[in-house]
Design a protein around this ligand. Structure first.
Ligand SMILES: [Fe+2]
Length: 383
């Protein structure tokens, strides 16, 4: 069976490319709905988008209500704003939440029924033109076919997706990431590292995703510490922005594996930021996964400079696992205890978290497929 690789029709990247936005969308619509959050308005990032649209004579309305992880009610309000304002395309500006909200608003502006009806179908109807502008170097949502929307009636996080919600244009401008504080830079950067490592070591990996995943791993390993130490380092910020997009392209087509699978239940039950729970899990998950994937782990070790071609494969793979552990510690990733999660509360949820993780299907993409007991043992190791 052949491989499918899906990506946006256009990816525009570089420092200050926001100024070129108008020329790329002049023929795409007359009035944009800018889907964003209050912080983006406060930091002046929305102003930069407004300036680009004004220069091109394109109208717009601002929907700055994607302030939390998006819910069905936020999406309904966004669709209402899109219709009320007479918009004909959308621009998402922000981290994962505004981008996920905009994807859902785009397809729900055309879809019949409720958003929950689309939970287990591939969304492939024609949707309005969608531009995605990430302001963190992390989620990769600007190039992916998925969106996570909370169903507020049933208290479920719905994973929705399909080819039509891949943004048509991803605009990757590192200047938007400059205001991110070190903690956010670290958590989002390690999220991107997880995307790349998981895609490269996934059962669904393919030659095209390997290329993007390896390139992302090398860039993140080199540049995340530089961004963490000095947020004003433009070159390092640019490399991180490109790397996060590359990692997004990789996992969009090769899937994530054990780390993301185990991370979602921690996030849902203990309200820990996505990147942080990934980073907490990464070393223990890699230690588990090493057995069935030593060659690929060894290859990453060489990229990270902790082994070379002469190092025995098993030794190199172990060096990779040790290096991710050191890397997460150096990025100041806290422990569950430091985040205020009580051991007894966490241990009381072990069975549920392991079941929910398996239910998502992601852990099964790992070369060494974990059982429920394996997942419980890994969760225990986090304390
Ligand atoms: Fe992620």
């Amino acid at each position: 069976m052949g491989y499918t690789f899906m990506a946006p029709a256009k990816i525009l990247s570089g420092k200050n490319v926001i100024e070129e936005l108008g020329e790329h969308i002049a023929s795409k619509g007359k009035k944009a709905l800018i889907v964003t959050d209050a912080a983006m308005v406060k930091f002046g990032n929305v102003k930069k988008v407004e300036a680009a649209l004004q220069k091109a004579g394109i109208g717009y309305a601002i929907f700055a209500e994607a302030n939390t992880e998006p819910t069905d009610t936020i999406v309904e309000a966004g669709v209402a704003a899109y219709e009320r304002e007479g918009c004909d395309f959308l621009i998402a500006l922000g981290g994962g939440s505004p981008m996920d909200a905009a994807k859902a608003i785009a397809f729900m502006s055309r879809a019949e029924g409720e958003i929950a009806d689309y939970m287990h179908v591939s969304i492939d109807m024609e949707v309005p033109y969608l531009v995605a502008i990430p302001t963190t170097a992390g989620t990769g949502s600007e190039v992916t076919k998925n969106t996570i929307i909370s169903d507020t009636k049933n208290n479920v996080k719905m994973l929705l997706g399909g080819p039509s919600i891949i943004p048509a244009l991803a605009l990757v401008d590192p200047t938007f990431t400059m205001t991110a504080p070190p903690k956010v830079t670290a958590a989002t950067g390690i999220d991107a590292l997880c995307h790349a490592i998981e895609a490269y070591t996934s059962r669904k990996a393919q030659p095209m995703t390997d290329t993007f995943a390896l390139s992302a791993i090398e860039k993140i390993h080199k540049n995340l510490p530089l961004c963490y130490a000095d947020g004003a380092n433009v070159e390092a910020r640019l490399a991180m922005s490109i790397a996060a997009t590359e990692a997004g392209l990789a996992f969009n087509n090769a899937s994530v594996t054990i780390v993301h699978g185990m991370s979602r239940p921690i996030g849902a039950l203990f309200h820990i930021a996505h990147g942080v729970s990934n980073a907490i899990l990464l070393p223990a998950c890699m230690k588990f996964a090493i057995e069935e994937n030593t060659e690929r782990f060894a290859k990453i070790a060489c990229l990270m400079g902790v082994a070379d071609e002469k190092t025995p494969i098993k030794e190199a793979a172990e060096a990779f696992v040790a290096e991710v552990s050191r890397f997460c510690k150096a990025a100041g990733i806290p422990t569950l205890g430091k985040l205020g999660v009580k051991k007894e509360d966490f241990f009381a949820q072990l069975s549920k978290m392991a079941s929910d993780a398996l239910e998502s299907g992601s852990p099964q993409n790992t070369m060494r497929i974990p059982t429920k007991d394996d997942l419980i043992a890994i969760y225990r190791e986090l304390y």
